[in-house]
Design a protein around this ligand. Structure first.
Ligand code: SAH
Ligand code: SF4
Ligand code: F3S
Length: 467
């Protein structure tokens, strides 16, 4: 737990609000009250929730996973697809009955969905039991918002998205002790025509390398073995900073931090993926030998309409360069099926690209219109049912490829980060630097350590044994 101290950059007024909230709660509760943080969406949101938990802890709350017994429930939401949003409305609606049992319960909605004005209005007008709605860039003011609700009983609405400087040193309560997230940049400037993220996360802002390195050193000292660097487009890291830096240079600096740990990162945008980056991955021993490089569509016509700024040829040349330079490299990707105007012929180009690259695994999505994005008003003549068929077809194309890729590693020895117990008794589960999961028999004490594992066979996944 990173706790605010005199030297930290977390605003002093927020520390003061947190102390006042804690005093009030101590008077009204016999024991520390409980807070339940419910998270939707990507790793960026999971990391934001770790900061929410940190702030709640400094305000005097302990955490619980059971909303029924909580005194504070917060939904950290995602707006990327319609399905994500529907789940939130259902979950928030369920808190109405908890409020009947506990009239002092505070309910909050924050994150990407709350950042959209129409959604915030909906919570304001149709969900009177929601006490606060706030957006992605004012997250650090949570202690202030709780103080306001406790002392004035008024509802809080705060959606400002002014893209000001990044607030550092927000108290953080991390979910795990082996793997941890470190955001290196916030927001996105790319405006892919289907995507809501730039509207709800604001403009791209990079953290200084000094702050990033400080956080990583603290984590490595605390025993973390895997650092996942986060950003919507990590490859454009450094834009707008005064220092002479880009993502490849940042990776080299992190690689030079003393200690035994693995560096992962996501997401890379193909338009900003450079030869320098591929060389850096090949040369830095702590950097994963894996690229999550979303290509979205294999059709150049559709890529143009998506505003992605690359074509399938450029994408394949990046993949081939990485295959050539980085031994045992693996790839994963995001794909959208059924973008407005996409024909079956376009879809076939996507399936062809999947075959050519041979991804380890894929994250595939059916296109979901997002109000306010350019694609939402593009003509879309293909039925949901038809798109569903293409989607299933794509999964069928990928399935044997994923297995074939995994089998390629049989007979090789890899350094594996032991992550957890496997389902089978006596077995452990770990991941290699290139992102393959392998099970092997071993003592639980090995969890959180690197081990050399010989990969021996494929039986519903890779199995190996300790060297
Ligand atoms: N910044 C990352 C992606 C973040 S969103 C990148 O550019 O790669 C994660 C994934 O959700 C995207 O890669 C895309 O495949 C998918 N996605 C985003 N908007 C979507 C939409 N409107 N409908 C369906 N899938 C979408
Ligand atoms: Fe969305 Fe494109 Fe930005 Fe990724 S790069 S967050 S897909 S706008
Ligand atoms: Fe969702 Fe926001 Fe992440 S829209 S995918 S939680 S950046």
């Amino acid at each position: 737990m990173l706790f605010p101290d005199d030297k930290c950059k977390y605003p002093p007024e927020q520390i003061s609000y947190a102390k006042r909230v804690s005093d009030i709660l101590m008077q009204t509760h016999k024991t520390r009250p409980k807070a339940c943080v419910i998270t939707f969406g990507c790793q960026q949101n999971v990391n934001d929730s770790e900061r929410i938990k940190g702030m709640l802890y400094t305000c005097g709350y302990d955490m619980t996973d059971t909303p029924e017994i909580a005194d504070f429930i917060i939904f950290n939401t995602c707006a990327v697809r319609g399905h994500a949003e529907d789940r939130v409305y259902g979950n928030v609606g369920a808190t109405k009955k908890y409020k009947k049992e506990n009239k002092d319960l505070i309910v909050a909605v924050c994150g990407c969905m709350a950042q959209q004005e129409t959604v915030a209005e909906k919570f304001k007008n149709s969900y009177p039991y929601v006490n606060m709605v706030f957006g992605t860039q004012v997250l650090y003011r949570l202690p202030e918002f709780i103080y306001k609700v406790l002392t004035t009983k008024k509802r809080v609405y705060e959606l400002s998205l002014d893209n000001k400087e990044i607030v550092e040193d927000i108290p953080t309560l991390r979910d795990g002790s082996i793997k941890g997230f470190v955001p290196i940049m916030y927001g996105c400037d790319n405006f892919c025509t289907y995507c809501i993220v730039p509207y709800v996360r604001g403009r791209e802002r990079s953290r200084s390398s000094e702050e990033i390195l400080k956080e990583i050193k603290q984590m490595v000292d605390a025993g973390y073995k895997e650092i996942m660097l986060l950003g919507q487009n990590v490859n454009s890291y450094g834009k707008g900073l005064k220092e002479d830096i880009n993502f490849a240079k940042l990776l080299r600096k992190i690689n030079a931090v003393e200690g035994d740990f693995l560096i992962r990162f996501m997401t890379s945008h193909p338009k900003d993926c450079t030869k320098e980056l591929i060389d850096t991955i090949a040369e830095c021993e702590k950097v994963e030998r894996h690229l999550h490089l979303p290509f979205q569509s294999g059709s150049d016509r559709i890529l143009k309409r998506m505003n992605r700024h690359y074509d399938s040829e450029k994408y394949l040349s990046l993949i081939n360069l990485a295959k050539q330079k980085i031994p045992d490299v693996t790839f994963t990707s995001d794909i959208i099926v059924g973008f407005p105007g996409e024909t079956y012929e376009d879809f076939v180009c996507t399936a062809e690209l999947v075959k050519k690259v041979e991804f380890l695994s894929l994250f595939t999505f059916i296109y979901s219109p997002r109000t306010g994005t350019p694609a939402a008003v593009m003509e879309d003549n293909v039925s949901r049912e038809e798109k569903g068929k293409w989607f299933t077809e794509l999964l069928k194309v990928q399935e044997p490829i994923g297995i074939k890729k995994e089998k390629e590693f049989i007979g090789k020895t890899f350094r594996v980060l032991t992550e957890q117990k496997a389902k089978e008794e006596g077995m452990l589960e770990g991941k290699t630097s290139n992102g393959i999961t392998v099970e092997f028999s071993g003592n639980e004490e090995l969890i959180g350590t690197f081990q050399n594992v010989n990969i021996e066979k494929y039986e519903n996944g890779l199995k190996g044994s300790l060297i």
